[in-house]
Structures are given as C-alpha cells and as structure tokens.
Design a protein around this ligand. Structure first.
Ligand code: SF4
Length: 283
C-alpha cells in the first residue's frame, strides 16, 4: 500500500456514566443499567499520568470525554482546568473536548484553556435520530457542531453505523457531516451490549468499507478519517482494507466503556502494513 501517515488518538473518559438521556446505543445512559464503571471527574493527576502513557505509545491526539448531554458551567470549568494542565505538561498534545452540546461561550472558554478540537458527533441521520434518542434532538447536535466551527475550533464530527439505519440514512449522515465542513470524521460501528435497546450491529465489513470510502471522498474538508469504536469487531485481521478505503486515523487504547486493542499490537500492525505513524497533528 502507498505509504501514508496514520494519526493515533487516545480517549480518556474523564467523567463516566449516569447520564439521564436515553440514547439507545449508549451504556452510559443510567436508564439501561449496563454494567460499566460510573464515576465523577477523575483526579487531574490521574488524567495527566494517563495522558503521559498515551503519548508513550504514539498518541498525538487526546480526547477528554464527559458523559451527559452537554456542558454546564461547572463541567466546562473542570474540563478547562484539565485542558490547561495537560497543555502545560504536554504542549504538543492535540487536545480534543468531547462534552456534548455546548454554547459558543463555553466553547470559547475551552479554546482559551488549550482545547484544539471539539468532537460532537451527529450519530446518525436527522431522519433516523428519533428512533435512537427521544430526549434531545438531532438539530441541537447540529447547532453545537456549527458553534464549534464559528468559534474557530477544529470540528471532529462523525457518527455510529450499524444501529439499524438504512442506506439512505447513512448517505444522509455523510451529507450532513460534509455540510458542516468537519475537519475530522470519526466513524464508529455499533458495539452491542445486552442491556441496550439496540440488540445487534447491522453492518457488514464491506458496507463499513464503503462508508469509509464515501467519507474520505465526499467530506472534502476532512483531513482526518478515523475508524474509532467497533474497529476490532468489524475488521479483525483485515484492517488493511480500511486504510485502502481512505482511513488515516485510529483510536489507540480503550474506548469509552469497552476495551480496545493492546496499543503495541496496533503499532506493530501499522508497521507491518508499511504505514507511518504521524508525529504531530495538523488536522
Ligand atoms: S447524551 Fe451522551 S452520555 Fe448521555 S446517553 Fe446520550 S450518548 Fe450517552
């Protein structure tokens, strides 16, 4: 395969679980009582030490995730405090906030504290969204994504595939992401959990490849096409196919509430495919 750079990004779920929303795909919704760790904000020292570890295995992007529908003043303050400390400790680390719906003022605050990008996924098409969430609207999500762009943060915006949506929904989601001029697109595949209302993942590997190809050719603003949650489940030993289809980024380490591949195995695999690991993020 032609050599290209692969961007590694790590996720830290700094506040987990106990969300009052009803997103049918999410183990962090308190309604479904999924068996996951639920905790208030991790200590800042723990986050710093986890970020150091992520850097040691090549992560150049670091995503600070909080459960819940969106930011309030105290959550915004705490994420800003964490970002400020991480930027001081690791100036080259590209920081991504992923904290739900956010106002322009809150996003401005995060940007000032050192957040470089904000991740807010549309999750699925506008048409299918009411089937997977009844407690907030797709439109609200779209507005937050617009706020991210208008405040001059990089927009990381993608979705989850395999939740029972149709081909038309998939096309509609990619079109919406494109209309936002997203800078990075995380593509997730639904990971079933017996506690959740969506019982199975409805996407095949070849459909997943088509989606990666579609995103990488149609979302022309995006310099990063990331395969995130569900990568191991969908691709197994066939990851070369996702890079050939246009992916140039993966999540390393664990996901929000599920385990990921051992980072060293990912690094070894990339080397064996002749792919370089990017040393800095210029999304
Ligand atoms: S708002 Fe976020 S944390 Fe809450 S249930 Fe939905 S996806 Fe999960």
């Amino acid at each position: 395969m032609k050599t290209k750079k692969i961007y590694l990004c790590a996720i830290n779920n700094v506040l987990s679980g106990s969300c009052s929303e009803d997103c049918h795909f999410c183990t962090q919704s308190a309604r479904y009582k999924a068996s996951i760790d639920r905790y208030r904000f991790k200590s800042i020292n723990q986050i710093v030490s986890e970020a150091r570890e992520a850097l040691s295995y090549g992560a150049i992007g670091y995503c600070l995730v909080t459960a819940g529908k969106g930011l309030d003043d105290s959550k915004c303050e705490e994420v800003a405090r964490i970002a400020h400390r991480l930027k001081r400790e690791f100036p080259s680390l590209w920081l991504i906030g992923c904290n739900g719906t956010a106002t322009k003022e809150q996003l401005r605050e995060l940007k000032k504290s050192g957040i470089d990008s904000y991740n807010h996924n549309l999750e699925t098409s506008q048409e299918y969204y009411p089937k997977i969430c009844s407690t907030h609207s797709w439109q609200e999500r779209y507005i937050t994504a617009q706020n991210v762009k208008s405040e001059g943060l990089m927009l990381c915006c993608g979705g989850i595939f395999g939740m029972g949506e149709s081909q038309r929904d998939r096309d509609s989601l990619v079109f919406a992401i494109s209309s936002l001029k997203a800078d990075a697109v995380p593509i997730n595949f639904y990971i079933p959990n017996p506690a959740l209302p969506i019982k199975e993942c409805s996407i095949t590997q070849s459909e997943a490849i088509d989606i990666i190809h579609k995103v990488s050719t149609e979302v022309v603003s995006a310099s990063i096409v990331m395969v995130a949650g569900g990568r191991e489940m969908i691709f197994g030993d066939s990851e070369v196919a996702m890079y050939e289809a246009g992916a140039n980024s993966i999540v390393v380490g664990d996901y929000l509430t599920t385990s990921g591949e051992v980072p060293q195995r990912d690094i070894d695999r990339l080397k064996s495919l002749g792919l370089d690991i990017a040393k800095e993020c210029n999304a």
